[in-house]
Design a protein around this ligand. Structure first.
Ligand SMILES: Nc1ncnc2c1ncn2[C@@H]1O[C@H](COP(=O)(O)OP(=O)(O)OP(=O)(O)O)[C@@H](O)[C@H]1O
Ligand SMILES: [Mg+2]
Length: 261
């Protein structure tokens, strides 16, 4: 298990490091205390990392610091070898982010297929029209999440779970090198959870580095390779999945803090 900064940074010099955080803290505007503090970690290409921790522990803040939506207040964030402070746009173009709890206007006129196509804007370019290939990728992405029959439905009419699947399809259509998935199972029924679990694992097996947030230890996909445990903005533990689960590290953290990690 990696728990110290030196442990975490060892191996970071190899060419495979996709996400590299060195003593990173992020303070929200107007706040005094960092929502994540002193976070150091290294995620390699092809890893499937699950971030777990109780509500408010900094999981979403960590994802948004990685893709540069939030600017870190100290430390260094490098993704794909780029400094996120300087190259946030490039990083986000290469990263498929599925946001948590996105509010949707029920009167939104946009059709599902157009929302999924919006994931390809970075590839197509702003003033260009989608090609046949772009539409084929959009169709396939919607088929993968089981939403192909909803292509022409207005996005505002979808249920929470259906909408979540469209957001995942949008990220898939982007053909990213890395997925950042914030509670992707949150609104899904049991069968949909299993389907999405399989889909995420397949995408990872095909090479996409995956960082998935969950506050539920039971929903960690079988194919997850590493676990990060967040608590009160800090990395409480980080290591290979089996090591953390078998050694009871996570359950001991739960006992100590009495939290529902
Ligand atoms: N926009 C914001 N402004 C100020 N503080 C914020 C903001 N967003 C989050 N926070 C605070 O930052 C801390 C970490 O929040 P974060 O959303 O990262 O937690 P989380 O682990 O994702 O929680 P959850 O499981 O509920 O999604 C919390 O204390 C939260 O109140
Ligand atoms: Mg969150």
């Amino acid at each position: 298990m990696y728990t110290t900064r030196n442990d975490l940074m060892s191996g970071s010099k190899g060419p495979k490091a996709v996400v590299l955080l060195d003593k990173v803290s992020t303070v929200y505007e107007g706040e005094r205390f960092p929502a994540i503090r002193d976070v150091s970690l290294c995620i390699n290409a092809g890893d499937f990392v699950c971030v777990i921790g109780p509500n408010g522990s900094g999981k979403t803040t960590l994802l948004e610091t990685v893709n540069g939506i939030l600017r870190n207040t100290s430390g260094n964030v490098r993704v794909f070898g780029l400094d996120v402070t300087e190259s946030g746009h490039s990083v986000r173009t290469r990263t498929g982010y599925v946001i948590q709890n996105f509010e949707i206007d029920p009167l939104s006129p946009f059709l599902c297929k157009n929302v999924v196509m919006s994931g390809r804007v970075g590839k197509i370019g702003l003033l260009r029209f989608p090609s046949e290939r772009d539409w084929a990728i959009v169709d396939e992405s919607m088929r993968l999440v089981g939403m192909d029959s909803s292509a022409d439905r207005p996005i505002g009419k979808l249920s929470g779970g259906e909408f979540q699947k469209i957001l995942l399809a949008r990220a898939i259509a982007q053909e990213p090198e890395m997925f950042l998935l914030d509670e992707p199972f949150a609104n899904l029924d049991l069968k949909s959870r299993a389907d999405v679990d399989r889909l995420i694992s397949d995408l990872n097996r095909k090479g996409a580095t995956t960082v998935m947030v969950s506050h539920d230890i039971d929903s960690i996909p079988f194919s997850c390779s590493h676990i990060i445990v967040m608590n009160r903005g800090r990395v409480a533990a980080f290591g290979p999945r089996d090591e953390l689960l078998q050694n009871g590290v996570i359950s001991s953290l739960m006992k100590v803090r009495g939290s529902a990690v």
